[in-house]
Design a protein around this ligand. Structure first.
Ligand SMILES: *[C@@H]1O[C@H](CO)[C@@H](O)[C@H](O)[C@H]1NC(C)=O
Ligand SMILES: [Cu+2]
Length: 255
């Protein structure tokens, strides 16, 4: 692509948001910005790169494809956040439109080795935590409003006794402003590499492929914000459990 058409793309790029920074254990890391695609070489970042040049979304008709894992044509981009089990991690978007209300969800998967060589479709995910509807309706107050009023940030906590190793956290906003129509929901996933330290002994179990997270007609995917409602069902698997090495027959909620 030559530079003239690049310039033409720039106004589009500012319309939505991307995970610009990640903060963990008091250290800042660079997330991902589609503008990096045009730098030679592409700078290494903790955020996975993807071909979402307009900061765009994955639509429900692609929820069963590899695009939903870490976004379109995603791949690990060379760097890792270094954090200990039990640490808080904060994802900073550069901006987020207030109209794009919906759930914010975090998942984690083990790379079983080097995250840089892992294929997205091989990752098995455990849901770490989730937030969605807070109050009101039509459209109501949502965790995305909290994200906007918190300097476009949202946090998660690495499970305290997770064993050390390389992991990917998949941070995601699902925008519902058009979700009253079939194929109208918008998933904005961003994968981030972690080298998790500490002396934890627990491993993830029961993880699922991202291609099985959501269906186009899930109640939390096909959902009309612009009507009166009193509840909202966050889509995807239940918040996960991890198993302690010493007592594999028991499992424990993360939070
Ligand atoms: C807001 O977030 C950005 C990172 O996206 C950070 O550089 C900045 O310091 C934050 N501002 C405040 C007031 O915390
Ligand atoms: Cu939009």
């Amino acid at each position: 692509m030559h530079s003239l058409s690049l310039l033409a793309l720039l106004p589009l790029v500012s319309a939505h948001g991307h995970v610009r920074n990640v903060l963990a254990d008091s250290k800042w890391y660079t997330g991902w910005d589609s503008a990096y695609k045009y730098q030679t070489p592409i700078p290494t970042t903790v955020g996975w790169q993807a071909d979402n040049l307009d900061n765009g979304f994955v639509a429900p008709d692609a929820f069963a494809t590899v695009d939903i894992v870490c976004h379109k044509s995603a791949k690990s981009n060379g760097a890792y956040v270094t954090a200990n089990a039990g640490s808080k991690v904060t994802f900073y978007w550069d901006t987020w439109p207030v109209s794009h209300k919906g759930p914010v969800i975090n998942y984690i998967a083990s790379c079983n080795g080097d995250c840089d060589t892992v294929t997205p479709s091989s990752l098995l995910w455990t849901k770490l935590d989730q937030g969605g509807w807070i109050s009101g309706s039509n459209p109501g107050t949502w965790v995305t409003d909290t994200l906007v009023s918190s300097n476009f940030s949202a946090s998660t906590t690495i499970p305290a006794n997770l064993k050390a190793g390389s992991y990917v956290i998949r941070h995601e906003i699902i925008a519902l402003h058009s979700a009253g129509s079939t194929n109208g929901a918008q998933a904005y996933p961003q994968c981030v590499n972690f080298k998790i330290g500490g002396s934890g002994t627990a491993s993830l179990s029961g993880g699922v492929a991202a291609t099985s997270f959501y269906k186009a007609d899930d109640p939390g995917i096909l959902f009309n914000l612009y009507t009166a409602f009193t509840s909202y069902t966050i889509p995807g698997p239940a918040v996960g459990t991890i198993k302690k090495r010493e007592e594999r027959e028991h499992s424990r909620k993360f939070l």
